[in-house]
Design a protein around this ligand. Structure first.
Ligand SMILES: NC(=O)c1ccc[n+]([C@@H]2O[C@H](COP(=O)([O-])OP(=O)(O)OC[C@H]3O[C@@H](n4cnc5c(N)ncnc54)[C@H](OP(=O)(O)O)[C@@H]3O)[C@@H](O)[C@H]2O)c1
Length: 230
């Protein structure tokens, strides 16, 4: 009997393919549906969500773009299927998404960054900023670098870090192939401290998204990766 967790992938770009490869090697997960897999013309309706396939899944995982993610969330919620969203750039619509999650009674988990290292990095920055808050001589600034195909700027990760630290602004670089670099510096006339996180590849994001999928499998309501870290 097959007890694997059934995953529907929405988006088959860099992250969709990463998660597909992880599932192929997994005894815990199997991919039962892929939407927007444009390089497979035999699959019906390549420009649409594979609603039939998604309905059979335990969890859908969306790594698409800010232009299509809200439509995807609504369609998956209507099917009553739990959803993990890694896509960034849509958080201004979070309140609307929360209403959909409540209305259709699904489990929903989102995060701008699923890597364990980045989530520990968030906690380190949180503690550092609390310590530096007592010392006004220290300025804080941020830098983030991503590959040239990344559409949103600043990154969702940078926005999450900046949410909590007064005065923090990020400079964004979009060039080359970097899968994700974030750096925060606390700087005074006497000295400075720089904390940084570098993703070496996309495996950390993919593994984290699958950990999130397992976490949300039998839950209802809205969660972030902070809940997984707890
Ligand atoms: N949370 C995290 O840990 C994390 C990590 C990495 C990336 N991300 C975010 O995840 C998202 C995807 O990243 P990626 O690197 O995988 O991007 P990508 O390589 O560009 O892949 C995006 C996928 O979504 C599809 N897509 C995009 N817009 C679409 C539309 N309007 N209609 C139908 N399909 C559409 C693309 O189809 P086409 O191939 O036809 O364009 C492709 O299959 C981005 O928002 C990125 O910032 C999050």
């Amino acid at each position: 009997m097959n007890h694997k967790t059934k995953i529907a992938l929405i988006g088959y770009g860099k992250m969709g393919q990463e998660i597909d490869a992880l599932c192929r090697d997994s005894e815990v997960f199997e991919v039962v549906s892929i939407s927007f897999k444009n390089n497979l013309p035999a699959q019906a309706g390549n420009d649409k969500l594979d609603l039939k396939g998604i309905a059979k899944a335990d969890i859908a995982i969306d790594f698409t773009s800010k232009d299509v993610v809200l439509k995807n969330i609504e369609a998956v919620a209507k099917l009553g299927v739990n959803l993990v969203v890694g896509t960034t750039g849509w958080y201004k619509d979070l309140e609307m998404v929360k209403k959909l999650v409540t209305k259709y009674k699904i489990g929903f988990l989102y995060s701008p960054n699923f890597s364990i290292g980045a989530n520990i990095f968030f906690k380190m920055i949180d503690s550092a900023s609390k310590l530096f808050a007592k010392f006004p001589d220290y300025d804080v600034y941020g830098l983030e670098i991503h590959h040239k195909a990344k559409l949103d700027s600043p990154s969702g990760t940078a926005l999450k870090i900046a949410e909590k630290i007064k005065g923090l602004k990020f400079t964004s670089v979009r060039a080359g192939r970097n899968p994700g670099f974030h750096e925060v510096t606390f700087d005074s006339s006497a000295d400075g401290i720089t904390l940084s996180h570098q993703a070496y590849n996309r495996s950390g994001f993919g593994k984290g998204a699958l950990v999130a999928a397992e976490f949300i499998k039998n839950k209802k309501g809205i969660y972030t990766f902070d809940d997984v870290m707890k």
